[in-house]
Write a protein that binds this ligand. Sequence first.
Ligand SMILES: [Zn+2]
Length: 188
Amino acid sequence: MEDQIRIHKLIKHDAQFKKFLTTPAKLKYPRAGQTPWRLFVQRTRGGPWAHKSYPSYPEAYNALRKYLPTCHDAAINCKPQGFEPPMVRQNYKVRLRSANSAAKPKFVVKTRQLYIPMPFGHNWCPFCRRPTVFKRMKSHALYKSIHMEDNPSRCTLCGARREFIQSCFLSFPFDTTLTWPIESKASR
Ligand SMILES: [Zn+2]
């Protein structure tokens, strides 16, 4: 199996992801008494993923900070709501047409919004809110009781089905022309 990029590397090399992770996330439909935020922690490489739920994003994030120095990998997953990846602005030049072919060319700068790029072999999981590896799997630790004979492609971390994510987000897998780690000229 392809090794999933560690959250430590994402934080270190991807400023857009770091900003996304450190910004308190808001739910569209918050409900009192619920624990929508689920912290996944993998203590050792290839080991099992432990998880614990929290009522608010700051509580999950504070717990993540506690585990980060010693864990192998981690994610803050949102059970009831998916999130698109952050977008970045990128400037590009467009040459203006001129009737006078001998004149000095003129350019205008335009801006486009692009999704942040994913590391090679990864997709953005809207529920894990980070790049993860998707693959076909016959079982998943979180879905022991579910019959998985149809063997669909899933996020290996939270088990979300690719088809389900596509039904929620028409733009999944959030393609972009940028490559990871993002070029320095793109900025938020
Ligand atoms: Zn996931």
